[in-house]
Every structure is written in structure tokens, then in C-alpha cells.
Design a binder for this molecule. Structure first.
Ligand SMILES: [Zn+2]
Length: 397
């Protein structure tokens, strides 16, 4: 029997936060972002520190800015006194993430001039967190004090472990986002799964009505279940409608205006594609749960495929949705205890998955030299699943 391992997924619970002291919260956010900016600039300046891991970096930055027990003056004193230790550390960690992200971008844009990040609350800066209230240490402009805030709109499951909550400032309201650790039902490794006759759900993405074609293949490579996840035509139609509106408005006003033209329409397009990707990824997971597939196998596209095929189908096509579906599958699968594999596609549509004979395409159908016929996407997904199952079992013997 495989040993049971502790596996978690992190789920963010969002709450509306109410308090009579919103101005103190805003003041707290302001000082948080100033400290964040201070450490961001210090990090960017100290190029010799860039290769260090986050813990060491934190220590080095504190040595440069915080007077220690020895009372020796420091090179870059932090201009604010009395900032709680863990408040400062939360700001430093956000600064490091922002600094590293700046360094990783290639085009030489200017460093960020001012931040307006939400405030991450480390231990010591919040307490008594329940589904209905939290106490937060805030800066009132002169000193640090505790206030109690009411929470609504969500619940923290009993016994759940909460990670550092974050204050998020919207236009009209303040939210508290609480990451909660959730147990994952199946944390076994791939090896353990395949050993137990686990099934693979092999997926093909298409640019037609079936956005995803899913085939469940078992260990010996037999096809056990097929499902077409449809909606591509409708999706393409909805996107086209919005794109037409954008075109009309471009013609009406000319193209000279700024990037903000048609913002509303672009947002609408994004929302349509997000919703569609959510639905399809959810349906893939549901199909795996129904059929007992513990592994989702996705095709890995070659550079040529990405360059030519993706460019030809355009950004708002059913096939292009595969990128969003993949990224949403990542966390949904993890929560359902399903692993995701990606496998390179070679010739999976040239041979018949049943007999290995050479295949002739006829539109969406195929006929093999031995007379087998069927949907060519199913054939391709089946081949991909079969080959992966075989090469996995070979490597694991
Ligand atoms: Zn055949």
C-alpha cells in the first residue's frame, strides 16, 4: 500500500471587510507601499545581492536598513520608525517579488515609481481571525493600534489552516483575501497511479465546435470512454460579434486615439474567453472524475505549430482557448487530485490507433488501410494516450 502523503491546494476565500476606520486602513496601505518602494529601489540598486535566495536577501536588506542591537549606524536607514517587524517583512517580500519581476523583463522600461499593492498581513499584524471578524494592526497616522473589523460574504471551513490574509482595496470597498489550505484527495505519485492500472484522459484541442476531445485510455492502451466538449461555434460567433463592434468603432473614430479605445469591448472579449475556458476545464475534470482517470494528458505543441497554426487561427478562436484551459486545469486538477502531463505530438494522426495501419483523412473523419474508420481527433487522442501509457509503463518496470 502506498503511504498516504499530505497534499494541499490553496483556495482563496474573499470577504467584504467593514470598519469605522477605513481611513486608518488606507493610511496603513500608504505606508506599506512606501516601505515596499523603499526596499524595491534598494534591491535594484544592490546588484551584488540579485543572485541570493529570498531569505538571505531579506537578511541583507535588513542589515542595510535597520539598526540592530549593537546600535551601529546603517547605510540606508529606513525612514519610518516603529514599523512592526512582520509588517516590514511582508512589504520586503512584496518588494522582492516586484524587483525580481522587473529584472526578468527584457525591455528596459523604468522601475515602478509608486506602488499601490494590497497589504499582506503576517503574524503579529493580525489576530482573532474568524469567518465574521478579524483584528488588524493599523497605522493611524501617528501610531500603531489594533482595530476590529467585521467580515462577511464567505466562510473559513472548520479546522482549516489559513495562510497570510491580504487587504485588497477596491474603488468602493475593502476586501480581505484569506488563502486557505485544503486537503487534496489523491496525492500519490505518477508511478503509484500507473502501477494500480490508472487510466489516462488524453485531450485534443480543435478549432471546430468540439473545443476539446477527451479520450480515456487504460494501462494496456484500450479506449474506455470518449467525450466531445462542444461550444466552439457559439464561442467563435460571440467573439466575432464583439470584434465587429470594435471594427465599426475604429472606423468611426479613426485609429489615432490611445489604447483606451474600446476598452469595454476588449474586456468583454476577455470575459467571454475566460468563462468558456472555465467551463471546458471544469468539464474535463468532471469527465476524469466520472471515468476514474487520474492523469490528464495534454498535447505539447511544437514551435512551428505555435508559430503557424496559432497565428492562422487568431487570438479569439476555439483552438486558442487551449492556453487558458491549460492554465486553469493546472489548479483545478490539483484540487481534484489529478495529475497533468504534457506530451509531444508526433504523427499521432498518421496511424490507426486500433491496428497501426496508415490513415487517410476525410475532413474530420479518417479511414485506415484496414478499413477502420472514425473521428480523427479521437484517433489522435487515443494514439497519444496509448503511446504515453506504454512509455510510462516501460520506464517504470
Ligand atoms: Zn485500423
Amino acid at each position: 500500500m502506498a503511504e498516504k502523503k499530505d497534499c494541499y491546494a490553496i483556495v482563496t476565500k474573499r470577504f467584504q471587510l467593514r470598519t469605522a476606520h477605513v481611513c486608518w486602513l488606507k493610511e496603513t496601505q500608504r505606508i506599506y507601499n512606501e516601505i515596499l518602494h523603499f526596499y524595491y529601489m534598494l534591491f535594484l540598486e544592490k546588484t551584488e545581492l540579485h543572485g541570493l535566495g529570498n531569505q538571505k536577501l531579506m537578511r541583507e536588506l535588513e542589515c542595510l536598513s535597520i539598526v540592530g542591537r549593537d546600535k551601529k549606524p546603517v547605510e540606508y536607514p529606513l525612514p519610518w520608525k516603529g514599523v512592526p517587524l512582520y509588517f516590514r517583512r511582508a512589504a520586503i517580500n512584496t518588494a522582492l517579488a516586484a524587483g525580481k519581476s522587473y529584472l526578468s523583463r527584457e525591455g528596459q522600461e523604468q522601475p515602478t515609481a509608486a506602488f499601490s499593492a494590497g497589504v499582506t498581513l503576517y503574524k503579529g499584524t493580525y489576530r482573532e481571525l474568524t469567518s465574521h471578524s478579524i483584528e488588524i494592526k493599523v497605522y493611524d497616522g501617528e501610531r500603531w493600534r489594533w482595530i476590529r473589523c467585521r467580515l462577511s460574504g464567505n466562510t473559513i471551513p472548520e479546522g482549516a489552516r489559513c495562510l497570510s490574509p491580504r487587504l485588497v482595496f477596491g474603488e468602493r470597498q475593502v476586501e480581505l483575501h484569506v488563502p486557505v489550505q485544503k486537503n487534496v484527495p489523491d496525492g500519490r505519485t505518477l508511478k503509484e497511479r500507473m502501477g494500480n492500472g490508472m487510466k489516462i484522459c488524453s485531450v485534443q484541442f480543435t478549432n471546430r465546435d468540439a473545443i476539446a476531445v477527451c479520450c480515456v485510455v487504460d494501462g494496456p492502451g484500450c479506449l474506455r470512454a470518449v467525450r466531445f466538449l462542444k461550444g466552439g461555434k457559439n464561442y467563435a460567433h460571440r467573439c466575432r460579434k464583439v470584434l465587429e463592434k470594435i471594427n465599426i468603432s475604429k472606423k468611426a473614430v479613426g485609429e489615432k486615439r490611445g489604447k483606451n479605445d474600446n476598452k469595454r469591448y476588449w474586456r468583454k472579449l476577455k470575459q467571454i474567453s475566460n468563462d468558456e475556458a472555465h467551463q471546458i476545464s471544469r468539464q474535463i475534470i468532471d469527465f476524469c472524475v466520472e471515468t476514474g482517470a487520474g492523469v490528464i494528458l495534454l498535447p505539447k505543441y511544437s514551435k512551428e505549430f505555435t508559430k503557424y497554426v496559432m497565428a492562422a487561427v487568431g487570438n479569439w478562436s476555439p483552438l486558442h482557448l487551449n492556453y487558458q484551459i491549460r492554465s486553469q486545469l493546472k489548479y483545478k486538477a490539483w484540487q481534484a487530485g489529478i495529475l497533468i502531463l504534457e506530451s509531444e505530438v508526433h504523427d499521432i494522426d498518421r496511424y490507426c490507433a486500433l491496428c497501426g495501419g496508415i490513415v487517410r483523412k476525410q475532413g474530420e473523419l479518417f479511414v485506415c488501410e484496414n478499413g477502420h474508420r472514425g473521428n480523427r481527433r479521437v484517433n489522435a487522442a487515443w494514439n497519444l494516450g496509448k503511446r504515453t501509457a506504454q512509455s510510462l509503463s516501460k520506464h517504470m518496470l
